[in-house]
Design a protein around this ligand. Structure first.
Ligand SMILES: [Zn+2]
Length: 147
């Protein structure tokens, strides 16, 4: 746990104020696909394990162990580090990233299948030219094969 962050919260749980528990990183806005919280200053507070477990994905300001001073402390911390992500905008970015990652994965799988075909075919006989992808044929010219 970050020392500066611990100092800021007096080495105590940001929710219940317990100073004896060894606090863990707690994400004020949950880090998941729906809430898109980030692992960043303004979104991480020290929390004891029971408080961390009790929070789950619920909004931080409704945490049952929060009293008014601690609620204000977290609020001031969020404001100071300007952790006010435009969640709607972030969700669009996240959706786009997942979509791109999906396309990329599919492209890699397809490329892998196409690329492996000549080698699989070559186990029995020379692969017909039409089975070798044009990009592979170009790539092969560039490779200096020792004879
Ligand atoms: Zn606690």
């Amino acid at each position: 746990m970050n020392k500066e962050l611990l100092n800021r919260f007096d080495h105590a749980c940001a929710y219940c104020g317990d100073a004896d528990a060894s606090p863990v990183d707690e994400h004020v806005v949950p880090m998941n696909r729906a809430s898109v919280g980030l692992h960043a200053w303004g979104n991480i507070v020290p929390a004891c394990r029971p408080c961390n477990n009790a929070k789950k994905d619920d909004p931080w300001y409704g945490h049952p162990m929060l009293d008014e001073p601690r609620r204000e402390a977290i609020s001031a911390y969020i404001t100071e580090y300007r952790y006010e992500p435009d969640v709607d905008e972030l969700k669009i970015v996240m959706a786009k990233l997942y979509e791109l990652a999906d396309q990329q994965t599919r492209a890699l799988v397809e490329f892998g299948l196409v690329a492996s075909r000549p080698y699989i075919a070559g186990m029995h006989t020379s692969p017909p030219a039409e089975l070798i992808a044009p990009t592979l044929a170009t790539g092969e010219e560039a490779i200096d094969t020792p004879s």
